[in-house]
Write a protein that binds this ligand. Sequence first.
Ligand code: PMP
Length: 407
Amino acid sequence: MTKEKIEQIRSEFPILTEQVYKKPLIYFDNAATTQKPKCVVEQINSAYYHLNANIHRGVHYLSQKATEAHEAARQTVAEFLGATKREEVIFTRGTTEAINLVAFSFGEAFCKTGDEIVISVLEHHSNIVPWQMLCERKGLKLRVIPMNEKGELELDEYAKLLNDKTKIVSVAHVSNVLGTVNPVKEIIRIAHEKNIPVLVDGAQAVPHIPVDVIDLDADFYVFSGHKIYGPTGIGALYGKEKWLNAIPPYQGGGEMIATVSFEKTTYNELPFKFEAGTPDYIGSTALATALNYVKSIGIEEIAAYEKELTEYATKRMLEIEGMRIIGTADEKSAVISFLVGKIHPYDIGMLLDKLGIAVRTGHHCAQPLIDSLSIPGTVRASFAFYNTKEEIDSFMEALKRVVMMLS
Ligand code: PMP
């Protein structure tokens, strides 16, 4: 990406010109949430000003307009993920709700005492706890794919975990702590040899690398809008029609029904069967705006630029004595976790904050992973396409100062 292009992109994100503690904000916490371009904020305003009516219910003009916009947003999400059927996209509050939906509904339909679920050691709590809840509810066992010292999943060990009792595999596409891009296509192929479906947690992948659910042959694929420049409170679950038809609804209420009587309720068809209650039609349309914005820049171009940023930052960070980068997989996304000497990650994060630099510290909602590494947590810098090498240089100056103060 050219300098001019990046400048133009940055001008579309007003928050990037904010000052914190009288210092220019350097926002390196993009894995937690991304900033929003004007077009997304304007879409939210515009939808409330011109399009607000409850969808799917009214015969009146506004309700029909809002319904059309919500369903067009579903089409946009489907296309962004490479899905061919609009009905295979369910709007959720985000990744967490999407995984809970599958863990509950798939568990109800297909799991019984003694069955097994396979996840990996580098999962976010959102891809651990819902499965543990299912295990407790129905007496299942959780099996965990190990990783090597670079933070890459061990596929030989993974294959050995699969057996007749394995009901589903659920893995992250990209680790939010290590940045590892997991070989999900291969993981899915291995599971499918044994007719086991796979859920992919795409929260950290969709904003950064091209995703095609058909090419991956994913059975379920989930992501959050707020991590891809969209609003909070909206995300999506892609599921193959055959699975979504085979599992029961997650929540009951309006919209998800075909008929209701006190004796018996029948359920609506896809995708409505999984969208009980008034959906976030403002959020869905703003998410579609965000996805179209990303598309207009080009996900391939974004991936290439963020790789350049990550490699540049990694190289520069290694200038610091005692620097330990946690996660050195060959395939890595725009996340760098690190520790310096014996300094506690929290102290580094606190001081960087005072210099205007937003990074994350702690276990990053992946406590089992952090425990397996026997570390107290990490400092995590995570990039987006609006970040620059100049910001990385400023971060480096600040980091050197902070390390000197704390050593
Ligand atoms: N999975 C991964 C890999 C994540 O990084 C996150 C967010 N940090 C989640 C799941 C949960 O996403 P959300 O909080 O938007 O539901």
